[in-house]
Design a protein. Structure first.
Length: 220
């Protein structure tokens, strides 16, 4: 089991433990609206991180909160959390999560391509967006391989170097990725904008699109 998946399951277990505590005290303390809202919001955040904002779990949670009393809302929310936990722990949500990740990366790259074709928009903007897309892809790839990188160290270059250390990519690919990061640095600093031409921008976007397409199966 990958560390990231274990963390998600642990979060789900924490929510179910909270459900049990509320149920245990329900006879004497009742169920407050705060208890229900707290459970629902934490559950919704977990659902979104795994399956996106439009998943069946998110929809079921919204419907659960439409119940008329706090107690009935609590039982409905608890049912959704239980169903989610069972699917997550049995591995049924892995493919859904991968699909969401792939859609996110695809949407970012599509936005970069649109920016590159928009009159009046400097090519640097498209380079920054495209690199955000490949950085997200590399981050997901590292998580899939169980590579843990501290938040402050995360970058395109760091993701690439760790993947090469694991044998996932070779040196020429790492260097190509590093070149994209260099162009992003130029794009992020107005003094270097002249280095980011439309030709370079189109090449960077094309190379990133091809890289993601070639390696799309790494996320399962």
């Amino acid at each position: 089991m990958h560390d990231e998946t274990k963390k998600l399951i642990d979060r789900s277990v924490e929510l179910l433990e909270e459900v049990r505590k509320i149920e245990k005290n329900r006879a004497t303390a009742g169920v407050s609206q705060f208890d229900v809202s707290n459970l629902a919001s934490r559950g919704a955040n977990l659902f979104q991180s795994v399956a996106g904002p439009k998943s069946v779990y998110s929809e079921s949670m919204r419907n659960a909160l439409k119940q008329k009393t706090s107690v009935s809302q609590f039982f409905a929310v608890a049912g959704v959390l239980q169903a989610f936990h069972l699917d997550l722990s049995k591995g049924h949500l892995v493919n859904i999560r991968h699909e969401v990740e792939a859609v996110v990366v695809s949407e970012i790259l599509t936005q970069a391509r649109k920016l590159s074709r928009t009159k009046g928009v400097h090519p640097a903007a498209a380079v920054i967006v495209a690199c955000a897309g490949v950085e997200e892809f590399l981050r997901n790839w590292c998580e899939e391989k169980g590579i843990n990188i501290p938040e402050k160290q995360r970058s395109i270059g760091k993701f690439a170097s760790e993947l090469r250390a694991q044998g996932a990519i070779d040196l020429p690919v790492e260097r190509r990725i590093a070149s994209w990061a260099d162009y992003r640095n130029d794009a992020a600093h107005g003094a270097n904008w002249e280095k980011v031409t439309p030709e370079i921008t189109n090449r960077v976007i094309r190379e990133i699109e091809e890289f993601v397409l070639e390696n799309r199966l790494v996320l399962g």
